[in-house]
Ligand binder design. Structure first.
Ligand SMILES: NC(=O)c1ccc[n+]([C@@H]2O[C@H](COP(=O)([O-])OP(=O)(O)OC[C@H]3O[C@@H](n4cnc5c(N)ncnc54)[C@H](O)[C@@H]3O)[C@@H](O)[C@H]2O)c1
Length: 442
């Protein structure tokens, strides 16, 4: 099978390398020349655990290549995947489809022989049909089908998610396209991964509905965490007690600073807009979006309160910037909302992140200092804030940190530490939904 992957970002690169590992001949194309140059030189432009080994192994085996030359590659392909970005459209919250439609225009003229064009990007319902129309208009004689194959991998565990998926969703309208995609995913039959064949529309909506549901769980537990703080309940115990119910499940019930990343924020917004466009209500998802924004604002207030009511002139050591550990992705990370709000009110911020600093520097206010080792962030600080639960922040030398700080405030936005342990180490410890106010019954 010859596969072309248009877009060599988080999804395109991981999917392309995994299809090569399955045995397909894959070329990843990108219009970002610097990215392709780097990949051709054996450098991986993103941080994703295990990706470098996987890419190099498949390049060396001759199954994986990188190019900017659509004309050369698209004509040979049995399947062309579109895995370009679908960010929020400026101003209105819709998914911005310019890259998807641009990719469709670009490939249309080079298609030769029967080809399946597959949308892997997360796109609103109706996009596959529009891609089909674009290709047909531009190249009326070409034989092709469009399919929808949304991707569910998570950054940080993308390779195992792709190799051992909970399900593969394939929206198709022709038997020929279905059998080509089934053939490509055949190695997953060994592990009995469910393959769900649907219409184009259902496949497109499954992706948004799934992300919105997961975001709902997060906003739900974040709201419960507020109630925990007011009543003296412990959100860990509440989440555990809920999650043990098999109908609820324990995943995505971790209270924190709000969801971020390249998917949930834009996909929840796009779902709301899609519902509005179709004249139906999506009040639950609208509330999820609102609760998430207020959760980030609540974190700013939490830090301020921990610092005695004002952050002006206080030095805050921030540990973690990315929206979650094991990625360098800064898109919509809660840090991007929380840190500027603190810096605005005069906080002196020193930030550290194992992988996200290069990107964070381009997105955060100039006044924020970035330090290469976390110990130097903490020295002389009034407060430490854990923003992202990287492993290296899970086993901090608390004694040393407490000794090198000027103040004693420790704000743990990921609930990594036990309140009692932190108090024993002499910290004024604040976390999310676990710190009963004085006098509250525990
Ligand atoms: N990142 C994730 O965790 C994740 C998970 C599941 C689904 N998705 C979805 O997958 C899609 C891609 O996301 P991503 O995170 O990989 O994006 P990304 O920004 O990392 O990568 C997109 C790539 O496409 C390239 N590109 C844009 N237009 C192009 C064109 N016309 N020709 C060739 N290359 C082009 C860009 O240069 C970029 O390298 C999005 O729709 C996203 O919602 C992402």
């Amino acid at each position: 099978m010859n596969v072309v992957m248009v877009g060599a970002g988080y999804v395109g690169l991981v999917s392309g390398a995994c299809f090569a590992e399955f045995g397909a001949n894959v070329t990843c194309l990108d219009n970002n020349e610097a990215r392709i140059d780097a990949l051709q030189a054996g450098q991986i432009p993103i941080y994703e655990p295990g990706l470098e080994d996987l890419v190099l192994r498949n390049v060396n085996a001759g199954r994986l290549a990188f190019s900017t030359d659509l004309a050369e590659e698209v004509g040979k392909a049995d399947l062309v995947f579109i895995a370009v970005g679908t960010p929020t459209r400026r101003g209105d919250g819709h998914a911005d489809l310019q890259y998807v439609y641009g990719a469709a225009e670009n490939i249309a003229q080079y298609l030769q022989g029967y080809t399946v064009v597959v949308n892997k990007s997360t796109v609103p319902v109706g996009t596959a049909r529009e891609v089909s129309r674009i290709i047909r208009n531009s190249n009326p004689d070409v034989e092709f089908d469009v399919a929808s194959n949304p991707e569910f991998l998570r950054e940080g565990s993308a390779i195992s998610d792709f190799m051992r998926p909970d399900r593969v969703v394939i929206g198709v309208e022709s038997g020929q396209a279905e059998s080509r995609l089934r053939e490509l995913y055949r190695p997953l039959n060994l592990i009995e991964a469910p393959i769900l064949i649907t219409s184009l529309e259902s496949a497109e909506l499954i992706k948004y509905a799934s992300n919105a549901f997961l975001a709902t769980k997060i906003s739900f537990i974040n709201e419960m965490s507020q109630l925990c703080e007011k009543t003296g309940a412990d959100v860990h115990a509440v989440a555990k007690g809920m999650g043990l119910d098999g109908r609820i499940g324990k995943k995505f019930l971790h209270a924190g600073p709000g969801y971020g990343g390249s998917c949930f924020p834009k996909d929840t917004q796009a779902l709301v807009r899609m519902a509005q466009e179709h004249g139906v209500s999506s009040r639950i998802v609208e509330a999820v979006v609102e609760v998430n924004a207020s959760q980030k604002a609540r974190m700013v207030a939490k830090i301020r309160e921990a610092l005695g009511g004002s952050e002006a002139g206080k030095t805050i050591a921030v540990l973690g910037l990315t929206f979650k550990p094991e990625t360098d992705d800064m898109r919509d990370a809660p840090a991007l909302a929380i840190l500027p709000a603190l810096a605005d009110k005069g906080a002196i911020i020193r930030a550290h992140d194992p992988q996200g600093m290069a990107e964070a520097k381009t997105l955060l206010p100039k006044s924020i200092q970035f330090v290469d080792n976390m110990e130097s962030a903490v020295v002389g600080a009034d407060a430490v804030v854990i923003m992202t639960e990287w492993n290296q922040y899970r086993g901090l030398d608390l004694e040393k940190i407490r000794g090198s700080m000027k103040g004693d405030v420790f704000v743990d936005l990921r609930n990594v530490y036990e309140p009692i342990l932190m108090e024993e180490h002499g910290f004024k410890y604040t976390c999310v939904g676990r710190c009963p106010p004085p006098g509250a019954k525990t």
